[in-house]
Design a protein around this ligand. Structure first.
Ligand SMILES: Cc1cc2nc3c(=O)[nH]c(=O)nc-3n(C[C@H](O)[C@H](O)[C@H](O)COP(=O)(O)O)c2cc1C
Length: 341
């Protein structure tokens, strides 16, 4: 059935089809209909970051930036849902067009630039949702906040979302906000993580609960840089790492229409690069921090590969656009079939 829906949606521009899909998934969620559209995944509960996940396959950030369709996505079978990236203030994002399909490669290029309605809108949507499962809220900075003051924006968002999130993701890896990725390195990274960890401790006392903090990184670092990030995460006491965001590379899409558009590439071509980052992290972290793997999962087997590489959970974005909700069940089945260790 998704093949038919996809054929219709792909007639529209990528962004129109995105907006329509969010509306439909949101409406289906409010009516409680989405569970009827697809067979539920097998039950595969997992405990990570001290949280109970219904299954290890989640929705990646960026699809539901404003939290408009939380119930709808959860009903499709995701074991957890991550919304955002949200910024303190609403912002329009980059000029359109800014979203491109590369169907020959099961890939997407985007330079959305954190278009979102701001953290207050997102929180209103979270409060309106009925979903009781694991909800991640992914936070970022406004495009016009200087990168030297980025920490202020992350703290504003953390303060606001803390009481409403199961975990909070610190996004320092979008390629579409100038300067953002510089926060992944050296002293900038340490200072940001220390400030966030301190605030997390304060908020834990205020709210009487500890909400885990995850950091989302890019696949475009050298192994040495990835190892340095892992060390900083352990030193500062972060709770998890999400690997990875989109890539600036164009391997696997050379010569295809839109391949030269500026932005981050996601989907099948990022699979190996992203899984490599997971392996490097796993080698350094040795289980001290869980890894949430995202990037290029378009078949169940890819999700199982990510777990075998050292991840505890996976997330999907582009594969969901190309394969639809059946991919969620396929991924859960493939993970369930892995030998237990
Ligand atoms: C159109 C689009 C928008 C995205 N927006 C965000 C975002 O706001 N925040 C974020 O952390 N990741 C964002 N991502 C990255 C995805 O969450 C994911 O990390 C990346 O696409 C790799 O996974 P995939 O190959 O399954 O798509 C976005 C991806 C796409 C395609």
């Amino acid at each position: 059935m998704y093949d038919l829906a996809r054929a219709l949606l792909f007639q529209l521009s990528p962004e129109t089809s995105h907006e329509l899909s969010i509306d439909l998934i949101g409406a289906g969620g409010r009516l409680g209909l989405n569970g009827l559209l697809c067979k539920a995944p097998v039950s595969l509960p997992v405990r990570v970051m001290g949280l109970e996940f219904a299954n290890p396959v989640g929705l990646a950030a960026g699809l539901d930036k404003n939290g408009d369709a939380i119930d709808g996505f959860a009903q499709l079978g995701f074991g957890f849902v991550e919304i955002g990236t949200v910024t303190p203030r609403a912002q329009p994002g980059n000029p359109k067009p800014r979203l491109f399909r590369l169907p020959e490669a099961s890939a997407i290029i985007n330079r959305m630039g954190f278009n979102n309605l701001g953290v207050d809108h997102l929180l209103a949507r979270v409060q309106a949702a009925k979903y009781k499962g694991v909800l991640g809220i992914n936070i970022g900075k406004n495009f016009d906040t200087p990168v030297e003051r980025a920490v202020d924006d992350y703290l504003i968002c953390l303060d606001k979302v803390y009481g409403h999130a199961s975990y909070v993701t610190v996004n320092v890896s979008s390629p579409n906000t100038p300067g953002l990725r510089s926060l992944q390195f050296g002293d900038s990274l340490k200072q940001l993580l220390e400030a966030l960890r301190q605030r997390q401790e304060d908020l834990a006392v205020q709210h009487g609960k500890r909400v885990p903090l995850a950091i989302k990184i890019a696949p475009d670092m050298t192994d040495e840089e990835t190892v340095q990030v892992a060390q900083a995460l352990v030193e500062t006491g972060m709770d998890a790492v999400i690997a990875t965001n989109t890539t600036l590379g164009r391997e696997g899409v050379e010569g295809l229409p839109f391949a030269e558009e500026a932005g981050g590439l996601s989907g099948a071509p990022v699979l190996d690069k992203s899984t490599h980052t997971v392996k490097v992290l796993a080698g350094e972290l040795k289980g001290r921090l869980p890894i949430i793997a995202v990037g290029g999962i378009t078949e169940g087997a890819h999700a199982a590969q990510k777990i075998a590489a050292g991840a505890s959970l996976v997330q999907i974005y582009s594969g969901f656009i190309y394969k639809g909700p059946a991919l969620i069940r396929e991924a859960v089945d493939a993970i369930a079939a892995l030998p237990k260790n």
